[in-house]
Design a protein around this ligand. Structure first.
Ligand SMILES: [Zn+2]
Length: 146
């Protein structure tokens, strides 16, 4: 009996789209809406959360993979630059003692340089643009030759 059930389930799931990033975003959003809705007793938020949850699972069962991929690509257009920005700020804070992050005037790339007080020269490794970098302060005791 279990084998037949498993077979049927496999048959049912064959060719379905499955989970992607948008699935998890919808899931997290629905749980957030539920939580806020439960604490504020706003029914609309709870219902909206339920709709998003149902939508998330219906998407995983869809056979129209092209359309689902397109929906997910809209999310990734926003999500990837956002994630890159958050990562960069994390690195900036983590490395703030030893490094400065500057933007290349040629190609807008972000370049990491040693944090040494004063005006220095930089060459972008990407587009080879040469530019000046002014560092306003450095952490005391970071470099041995102070
Ligand atoms: Zn550059």
């Amino acid at each position: 009996m279990w084998n037949r059930l498993q077979e049927r389930l496999e048959q049912f799931l064959k060719g379905r789209y499955g989970r992607d990033e948008l699935f998890y975003v919808l899931l997290v959003l629905s749980v957030l809406l539920w939580t806020i809705g439960l604490f504020t007793a706003v029914i609309v938020l709870i219902v909206l959360g339920m709709i998003l949850m149902v939508l998330a699972f219906l998407r995983t069962l869809s056979r129209n993979s092209a359309a689902r991929k397109k929906e997910n690509s809209y999310l990734m257009k926003v999500w990837l630059p956002f994630r890159r920005g958050v990562k960069l700020w994390y690195y900036r804070i983590r490395d703030c003692r030893k490094f400065v992050y500057v933007r290349c005037p040629g190609c807008r790339a972000t370049i990491r340089m040693p944090r040494r007080k004063g005006t220095g020269r930089a060459v972008c490794p990407g587009c080879k643009t040469r530019f000046e970098v002014k560092v306003l302060w450095q952490w005391p005791g970071t470099y041995d030759d102070e």
